[in-house]
Ligand binder design. Structure first.
Ligand code: NHW
Ligand code: U53
Length: 389
């Protein structure tokens, strides 16, 4: 078998592709919580489970350090994600979160943190069915402990702890192909600091292009152009919740946000998430919304630069302002705030602005997955309304 672990799991299997007799929905039925395995899975004898209290400065620093040195790199090992501590606290403590789903593995003798996996609860709609699922993220095994089949144990353990909370589905993304993607998306990148991206070797000078010509090509206005464009504030939460829920209802898979979710996920948090909206100067109605999160990356093996400052398109709603103009204002703000690049997936209506706003296609793909939930047909990226961090 090609996927010795994944072929044992309740996920869409490659051999089932095309079998339209299989119904959409849960693959396995829930069991009574009392029948869920009560004790943790066995680890190799040198290691022990630990629950990572992300509120603790010390533990958060250990998690940060493990991820900064061992988390996801691009195929050319040019970058490694460098999630900040404040980003991790934001990402892992949404309304209703479970500390027990922040799972680490330590070396028994040294207590060194060598592996990590997390879950957070989220209401996610698939079609017209809203289910509380676990969003799984930050799976990481130290580089020195790779290819020892630790990942399947981590996955089974987080599954067990999610089951203990009577939750039976999950959502996750990965750059690798596993059984079986519900959608496959493409990253797009908009240079804001083309000189730096060329210096690090990500971008190359176009043919017959000078550096100054390239800088001019990506130049943006000094200030935003949309009347009524301003930062989101706490008082905007009810209106933004209405706007976002209405907008996301058009996608096949999307989060089902309430006001507490919107306050957590979208209220601006310094160095983590930025949200802007358009308040009509005439009616004071909130008509549009745009947001991006801040996820720097370490630049590997470059003498002159060590950190890439990247903004990632998050949730955007356009009802009156053209999405093109709204996103251009987001680029302008990101440039003002000294980001090097603005990244976006080709999900939701993003395809409508990518080329025109001078995004270039990345060579990385992002696959979306559901655990214990079959969808009849894979989704187009434009049918996806879910962004995982
Ligand atoms: C109802 C609740 C359910 C909750 C759970 C839902 C499911 C959640 C699933 C998790 C979602 C995470 C989402 C997320 O965090 C976002 S994707 C980011 C994953 N992390 C990284 O890429 C960091 C750098 N890499 C590593 O740390 C290691 O390479 C990892 C730990 C990735 C694998 O460690 P390793 O030392 O390289 O490998 P072994 O231990 O020897 O294990 C090999 C087995 O692991 C399978 N594998 C490899 N990469 C995977 C990945 N990204 N997802 C799922 N499975 C992955 C692989 O196919 C093989 O299984 P197979 O033989 O069947 O093919
Ligand atoms: C300059 C454009 O590339 C990135 O921003 C970037 C940065 N860091 C990464 C770290 C790990 C990594 O592993 C897939 C990719 C990147 C990427 S490209 C894909 C993310 C986007 N957009």
């Amino acid at each position: 078998k090609k996927h010795k672990f994944w072929e044992t799991q309740p996920v869409g299997q490659f051999k089932d592709l095309g079998d339209t007799s299989l119904p959409e929905g849960p693959i396995e039925l829930p069991t009574p919580v009392s029948e869920v395995k009560q004790e943790p899975y066995n680890l190799p004898s040198l290691y022990e489970w630990t629950t990572c209290d992300i509120d603790s400065e010390e533990t958060c620093a250990e998690v940060y350090s493990l991820l900064t040195n061992n988390y996801v790199e691009d195929d050319e090992n040019m970058f490694r994600f460098n999630y900040s501590k404040e980003f991790l606290r934001w990402a892992l403590r949404p309304p209703g979160y479970f500390k027990s789903w922040h799972i680490g593995v330590r070396v028994k003798v040294s207590k060194k943190l060598v592996a990590f996996i997390t879950g957070i609860p989220a209401k996610i709609r698939v079609g017209d069915v809203v289910v509380t699922k676990a969003e799984i993220n930050f799976l990481c095994v130290h580089k020195k402990l790779r290819s020892k089949r630790l990942a399947p144990v981590m996955i089974k353990e987080v599954t067990r702890r999610v089951h203990l909370e009577n939750i039976w589905q999950a959502a996750y993304t990965a750059g690798v192909v596993l059984p079986t993607p519900i959608a496959t998306c493409q990253y797009w990148h908009r240079s804001l600091n083309p000189k730096k991206l060329i210096d690090v070797g990500f971008s190359r000078l176009g043919a017959r292009m000078t550096m100054s010509r390239t800088i001019k090509l990506y130049k943006l206005p000094e200030s935003t152009v949309t009347p009524g464009f301003r930062k989101m504030e706490l008082r905007d939460v009810p209106a933004v919740t209405r706007l976002l829920r209405e907008y996301l209802s058009q996608f096949i898979v999307a989060p089902y946000f309430n006001e507490d979710d919107v306050e957590h996920w979208l209220l601006p948090t310094e160095n983590v998430v930025d949200s802007y909206l358009v308040e009509s100067p005439e009616t004071h109605e909130i008509t549009d919304f745009v947001s991006f999160y801040t996820l720097p990356s370490s630049i590997l093996g470059n003498q002159n630069h060590s950190i890439l400052k990247a903004a990632y398109s998050y949730y955007n709603v356009s009802t009156k302002t053209p999405l093109l103009q709204l996103m251009n204002d987001a680029l302008i703000v990101a440039k003002q705030r000294d980001y090097d690049v603005f990244n976006a997936l080709d999900i939701m209506h993003n395809e409508s602005f990518l080329k025109e706003l001078k995004f270039g296609p990345g060579d990385g793909q992002l696959h979306y997955y559901l655990y214990n939930y079959r969808v009849k047909h894979a989704l187009k990226p434009s049918e996806l309304g879910l962004v995982l961090l």
